[in-house]
Design a binder for this molecule. Structure first.
Ligand SMILES: Cc1ncc(COP(=O)(O)O)c(C=O)c1O
Length: 391
């Protein structure tokens, strides 16, 4: 389709293309110096004063799986995560043989994981929490950290949506980058994300023991890398962990460095588009806008613009009317417990998900990308107004 306003817009630059070409011409294509430079730049962008350990990987799904493995999560363990997330969050737990316990969202205007519901779902088998910073909006990390401490649980942050956004970590509102607050943080650089490498991800920790394990399991558990041997630094290797091949390549690391250099202005542009939406959507009181009245907790990422349609309309009719007006929409997300596989899996505990079930048929995501103008936003909101009148 030739969308007038697409859901997201990649806009690769000449610098992006030059960076990838330079990697191709360098005669070294996998996990080399560009990957190391990408990891260093990402760590310093997250926290210049105290850069965490960062390992670039093939995608965020792999990062999440590595996080679970590094924390020794396996059969008999339970991990609590929101049902309102992308399926990969849950699958990363299922790959280990552990059980997924689904938690509800906090409210109809806060679609992050509800700490009260999390608390009510903890059992003697609970090993970790996996909060998702939905839309780049921080989960209530202050409460989740208190719960994790009380029950001795690990925290894996799924921060696919919020690179270089911040969140509060304590009652004094100390600010830290999302993805560096829990034990391990996972980032996605998939094509529609705030920064992209096509496919790509990053796994991040501040804990040196976890860092060493993550480093090893990314590349087969081997004690030296092909690059070390190429440089003459090593001649052989041992295998000390059951690892994977979850590596990234140099072309994508090069694109990552180039994309990262524009992430701060792009996130700011996204936040400005979000503000345009908030103002325009105030004229449609029948549409609920989650996070609309939230206080910013530091830097923002504004990854997507989800809204809650009125109960009375049919979502598909709204989506068709918007499509006919040239506006692409999506749904973030169909919750995990509604999928055939996960709904039937004995490895997934659904329990009560009252608020998620209320939201499910009414969630709609509107276009949001850094180059969107105020006029583009008004076009979308006008189209939504017309669509609602007919739906
Ligand atoms: C919340 C969330 N978690 C995990 C992922 C998986 O990321 P990737 O596609 O990089 O594996 C995504 C990607 O869409 C996501 O949105």
């Amino acid at each position: 389709m030739n969308w007038k306003i697409p859901l997201s817009d990649l806009r690769l630059t000449q610098e992006d293309r030059d960076a990838v070409m330079a990697a191709l011409e360098s005669n070294w294509l996998t996990m080399g110096e560009r990957t190391q430079a990408f990891e260093k730049a990402f760590a310093e962008a997250l926290d210049p004063a105290n850069p965490p350990f960062c390992y670039a990987v093939g995608n965020c799904t792999l990062a999440l799986h590595m996080a679970m493995v590094a924390l020794d999560i396996g059969p008999g363990d339970e991990v609590i995560l929101p049902s309102l997330t992308f399926v990969a969050t849950a699958n990363a737990v299922l790959y280990t043989g552990a059980t997924v316990v689904l938690a509800d969202v906090a409210s109809d205007t806060d679609w992050t994981m509800c700490p009260h519901d999390v608390r009510s779902k903890i059992t003697s088998r609970t090993k970790a929490l996996c909060p998702v910073h939905y839309a780049g909006q921080p989960c209530d990390m202050v409460e989740l950290r208190k719960i994790a401490k009380e029950f001795k649980l690990s925290i894996v942050e799924d921060n696919a949506h919020g690179p270089l956004a911040d969140g509060w970590i304590d009652d004094a509102h100390t600010v830290q980058a999302l993805g560096t607050i829990g034990d391990i943080g996972c980032f996605s650089f998939f094509s529609n994300k705030n920064m992209t490498t096509g496919e790509g991800g990053m796994v991040v920790t501040r804990n040196p023991q976890l860092a060493e394990k993550l480093r090893l399991i990314r590349a087969h558990g081997m004690t030296s890398l092909t690059l070390d041997r190429h440089k003459g630094h090593a001649f052989s290797y041992d295998v000390v962990e059951l690892g994977f091949n979850y590596r990234i390549d140099e072309m994508r690391a090069a694109l990552g460095i180039s994309q990262l250099s524009r992430l701060v202005p792009n996130n700011a542009a996204r936040a400005a588009v979000q503000q345009h939406y908030y103002q325009a959507l105030d004229a449609l009181p029948q549409v609920t806008v989650p996070f609309r009245h939230r206080v910013a907790q530091g830097r923002m990422a504004a990854h997507i613009l989800p809204v809650l349609l009125p109960e009375t309309c049919t979502r598909e009719a709204v989506q068709i009317a918007l499509r006919d007006a040239g506006v692409q929409t999506s749904i973030h997300y169909r919750p995990i417990h509604t999928f055939t596989y996960h709904g039937n899996s004995p490895q997934v505990r659904k329990g009560e998900l009252v608020m998620t079930d209320i939201l499910t048929p009414r969630i709609l995501t509107l276009p949001l990308y850094p180059s969107m103008t105020g006029d583009d936003v008004r076009t979308v909101v006008d189209a939504l107004r017309t669509a609602l009148a007919g739906a």
